[in-house]
Design a protein around this ligand. Sequence first.
Ligand code: DX5
Ligand code: ZN
Length: 229
Amino acid sequence: MCQRPAPMIAPSILSADFANLADEIAKVGPSDVDPGVDWVHVDVMDNHFVPNLTLGLPVVESLLKATDIPLDCHLMITDPGRWAPAYAEAGAYNVSFHAEATDDPISVARDIRAAGGKAGLGIKPGTALAPYLDILSEFDTLLIMSVEPGFGGQKFMPEVLDKVRELRTKIDAEQLKLIVEIDGGIATDTIEQAAVAGVDCFVAGSAVYGGDDPAARVASLRALATAAR
Ligand code: DX5
Ligand code: ZN
């Protein structure tokens, strides 16, 4: 029935200990008993596009030296055309920027790809998908926010799943190569509905790093998403 690859889990280090990021990432990395997570999600916030400030390129460059897990950089910043390509150039695997932050998402995506990265388009909960449906081939991932961007630990907004379903239908009908990623409020009580709606890649911050044993928490999320499919 479902030909899609296994669900991907991308822990967000926003909820990790910022003084020990390399160790925190290693906790969800490969081990003798576990292949580890697919991506590590890195939230870049500039205190302009969102009312919060996190980290930027120098920290990402250090993380790239500290882990082999592909980094999924989520840029919640204004003027992504100016900053996004440098993340790809540095070696970030996927670089997502926000549709609301630019008038020219195609050129930003092309610059990211030209710099060697995968290009992702992020859309806030209130942003419609329709204007972007004809330019999906410019992107490798579509990051659907299921909370208002800016902070971890917020409540999942199930209404965004309509956009996930719409996107899934189009991707399947046209056999597009596009990863549907969801970000915000993903936990053991929400991941199944997102998986059923058609999400490929699940970002989870507080649900992974909000307690002991992040690897076990990843395993639970992965099992629920796989079963729900
Ligand atoms: C929020 C960030 C998310 C955040 C998710 O703006 O983009 O990646 O870390 O955190 P949780 O999983 O706790 O909602
Ligand atoms: Zn994020």
